[in-house]
Design a protein around this ligand. Structure first.
Ligand code: PLP
Length: 476
């Protein structure tokens, strides 16, 4: 089958996630056929540097034979058995132990799911159950943040703060509130709506203001009604938003004053992305629960889970009776075997230390040179996550008009030049495999620079075309 044949069948039968079905039908999909290391290959013979690690998940890169082998061996041994009805199997038990060894010392239990969304569904049920068992059934409210991403099931979407998802999702799950996000460039520096008006205070004051918004919300709802605060260590899908340094210490101070659980959604930051095993460790937080998925198996097979701290686990175990929740594929043996091998490889190869001490700082050094580009209002990175803010006016950090869709233009150009960068509005983001080399980072930054140049050239050409149309119109 050739590219057109695949595109035709895809158009006729396949509804893609987060996609305008009609527009994609007209344009046609890119058919990715194979991959190796940090490169994907498509059916047209293009080799493309995957600076998104798939969807923030292929941390060990493509084509790792050890992971293929682990899956193959387990498929032969026991392809499936469940963990219901007083049963389990070696891969689930071994993975549970390995995870709890890597997690902060107060986290000694894990509940397995098939994905990050299911992990956050589990979180919602666990925190509400916990407070009920503690004799505080009114503690039901969960506070999350605007523009956060916690998955796409109904509970995941409700916990997340993505306005377009709420608009389509129908009524969301009750008793979930959202507070402002610590997005300095978008909402601090640029002001609400990115109007380009410089604020009088700096990022650190802004970070404290966002933490104060959490405290105000707890007081508004009443501490006796609030179960938990859930957040990503740094927001991924929202635009690789790195909070100001003041933010997490200030949030910690707020939470210390109230009896509210802390849930960290580690689906992206977990497993080395920030140069620690968990983002919570990087930010020195002690969460009660952590959602995990994505990098847990380097994306080779779907698996997620919730790491449960002793405080919550003891109540659920000692007083809970049956917890009536679980999935057919909770702790699937093949997925668990691959995740376990993935963690072993990460340890044997010192991947987390490498991100912290070598390749993370190198990415920062190279990536932030892009800040000099006329289109870039800010270039930031932490560990192996990076973002570029595209702006119309560099001096004032003023955004482009939304309908120009400059971020999408830059993303498409980047793809054509051989680099996967993703766009979130006019924020370009990267999250490359953790095994990326220095030479590959050089190539990544060179291609990103070329994509910026070409985006600027096309915008200028568009502007010229618009001007000549205007001249023509005024002449006639
Ligand atoms: C991807 C993601 C999820 C959802 O995970 P799925 O496996 O797609 O369900 C949840 N939280 C965060 C932070 C994510 O990035």
């Amino acid at each position: 089958m050739n590219t057109e044949a695949y595109r035709q069948l895809d158009r006729e039968h396949h509804l893609h996630p987060f996609t305008d079905f009609k527009a994609l039908g007209e344009e046609g999909s890119r058919i990715v056929t194979h991959a190796k290391g940090v490169y994907i290959h498509d059916s047209e013979g293009h080799r493309i540097l995957d600076a998104m690690a798939g969807l923030w998940c292929v941390n060990l890169g493509y084509g790792r034979e050890e992971l293929v082998e682990a899956a193959t061996v387990q498929l032969r041994e026991l392809p499936y058995y469940n963990n219901f009805f007083k049963s389990t199997h070696p891969p689930a038990v071994k993975l549970a132990e390995a995870l709890c060894r890597l997690a902060p010392s107060h986290m000694n239990r894990v509940f397995f799911t098939g994905s990050g969304s299911e992990a956050n569904d589990t979180v919602l049920r666990m925190v509400r159950r916990y407070w009920t068992l503690e004799g505080k059934p009114d503690k039901q409210w969960v506070i999350a943040r605007e523009n956060s991403y916690h998955g796409s099931t109904v509970a995941g979407m409700s916990l997340g703060g993505m306005a377009p998802m709420h608009a389509q999702g129908g009524p969301t799950v009750p008793k979930i509130a959202h507070v402002r996000q610590p997005y300095w460039f978008g909402e601090g520096r640029l002001g609400e709506g990115g109007d380009g008006e410089e604020r009088r205070f700096g990022p650190e004051a802004f970070g404290r203001e966002c933490a104060a918004a959490l405290e105000a919300k707890i007081q508004e709802l009443g501490e006796e009604n609030v179960a938990a605060f859930i957040a990503e260590p740094l927001q991924g899908a929202g635009g690789a938003i790195i909070p100001p340094a003041s933010y997490w210490p200030a949030v910690k101070e707020v939470l210390a004053r109230y009896n509210v659980l802390l849930v960290m959604d580690e689906v992206i930051c977990g497993f080395g992305r920030l140069g620690e095993w968990f983002g919570s460790v990087y930010y020195d937080l002690e969460p009660d629960l952590m959602s995990i998925a994505k990098g847990l198996s380097s994306g080779y097979l779907p698996i997620g889970g919730v790491l449960v701290g002793d405080r919550v686990a003891e109540t659920l175990i000692e007083r809970g009776g049956e917890f009536v929740h679980g999935f057919t594929y909770s702790g699937h043996p093949v997925c668990a075997a691959v995740a376990l091998k993935n963690l072993e490889l990460m340890q044997a190869e010192g991947i987390v230390e490498r991100v912290r001490e070598d390749i993370g700082p190198y990415l920062f050094e190279r990536w932030t040179t892009l800040a000099e580009h006329p289109l870039v209002g800010e270039a930031r990175s932490l560990g192996l996550v990076g973002a570029l803010e595209l702006v119309a006016d560099k001096t004032h950090g003023k955004r482009f008009a939304k309908d120009l869709a400059v971020g999408n233009l830059c993303r498409d150009i980047s793809f054509d030049l051989g680099l996967v960068m993703r766009s979130v509005g006019d924020t370009m983001i990267i999250s490359p495999p953790l095994v990326i080399t220095r030479a590959e980072i050089d190539e990544l930054v060179r291609l990103a620079g070329a994509a910026l140049d070409e985006t600027a050239r096309r915008l200028a050409a568009r502007e010229q075309a618009d001007e000549s149309t205007l001249r023509e119109e005024s002449r006639s």
